[in-house]
Write a protein that binds this ligand. Structure first.
Ligand SMILES: Cc1ncc(COP(=O)(O)O)c(C=O)c1O
Length: 344
């Protein structure tokens, strides 16, 4: 039985072109800055996002952590969404490792923090307070149905940041999903951010790696933080080679993943016993709920598993499905047939 794997876009396997590029990659010692393939990937990433330079790191988590460490000093405060991946799922790394103070602001269902809430969270100059230093946004917003943040929102947050001399970091694990969904150039979407990270190893299908993009001075600090965390790799051009294929070949096709996610959401909305708002689905992440407590999300995923379909239980009644490179429109038909059967 062929499994239809919808737990995450991190499940993607490297393409044939990636494996070939990896096998043939020219490499060197990247801690000495001498890996030509990494240097090329860093130049490409910076160019795509309109930033001075970039840094290759092992994961999205490391990308966010080195970015926070590079922007902030001990005790500084970071304003971020209550549902931010960085807050929820990264072990509180900025506090655990960097002595940084997270200040959460409610995420709206579309992944935004209300502008007035951001403004209200910024500290005045007072001996009792930590110093506000960074606003951290997530684009697309994972927990909030993979919603993309639009350019006009970025500009509004940019205005606030400038007025209060704060920096902006974007956790763009799925930044190219956002740009493709919005039909905008990645560099226009990145323009207001001081730094943007994005993952090569999610929808872009590379096996390993994320990029951090920003000014030379910022990346110098991020590079130090990467070394501190043990993330200085040597002949890692063998990994970066796959990332180059990601940027060259895997971006535009994300539109297919979005179409499949919308089709899945529309189909799920027709199935008795499930709750979903299909209009909220704009990229490749679909969340839905089981209405009856008689079946938990864990029981549901166990049952669909037995029928060749994988989804992720994320709360007692909540399930996540993510489309990606290996999922076809036909797979969505099959997935909907399996869910219908299990819900009967
Ligand atoms: C929005 C977001 N940021 C960061 C990450 C962390 O990426 P990684 O798993 O590569 O550490 C993820 C992973 O799913 C994510 O969804």
């Amino acid at each position: 039985m062929q499994m239809i794997e919808l737990r995450s876009d991190t499940m993607t396997q490297p393409t044939a072109a990636m494996r070939k590029a990896m096998a043939e990659a020219e490499v060197g010692d990247d801690v000495f800055g001498e890996d030509p393939t990494i240097n090329r990937l860093e130049e490409m990433a910076a160019d795509r996002l309109g930033k001075e330079t970039a840094l290759f790191v092992s994961s999205g988590t490391m990308a966010n952590l080195v970015s926070q460490l590079a922007h902030c000093g001990r005790g500084d405060e970071i304003i971020l969404g209550s549902h931010a991946h960085t807050f929820f799922y990264e072990q509180g790394g900025s506090a655990a490792v960097g002595s940084l103070h997270p200040r959460t602001v409610p995420n709206q269902p579309d992944g935004k923090m209300a502008l007035e809430d951001i403004e209200a969270a910024i500290r005045g100059d007072n001996v009792h307070f930590p110093r506000s230093r960074l606003i951290l946004l997530e684009n697309t917003h994972n927990i909030c149905n993979g919603c993309p943040l639009e350019i006009d929102y970025m500009q509004a947050v940019g205005d606030i940041a400038r007025r209060h001399q704060l920096k902006i970091h974007v956790d763009g694990a799925r930044f190219f999903n956002a740009a493709v969904a919005l039909g905008v150039a990645p560099k226009d979407l990145a323009a207001e951010a001081d730094s943007v990270s994005f993952c090569l190893s999610k929808g872009l299908a590379a096996p390993v790696g994320s990029m951090v993009c920003g000014t030379q001075a910022f990346i110098n600090e991020a590079r130090r933080a990467r070394k501190l965390l043990g993330g200085g790799m040597r002949q890692a051009g063998i990994l970066a080679a796959a990332g180059i294929v990601s940027l060259n070949e895997m971006v535009e096709r994300l539109a297919d993943d979005h179409a499949n996610a919308k089709k899945l959401a529309a189909g799920l909305a027709e199935i008795q016993g499930l709750f979903i708002e299909p209009d909220r689905i704009r990229t490749n992440i679909v969340f839905f709920e089981l209405k009856s407590e008689k079946m938990t999300a864990a029981q549901f995923t166990q049952q669909i598993n037995a029928e060749g379909l994988r989804m992720l239980p994320v709360a007692a009644q909540r399930v996540r499905a993510v489309t990606h490179y290996h999922i076809t429109s036909k797979d969505i038909d099959q997935a909907l047939a399996v869910v219908s059967k299990v819900m009967k």
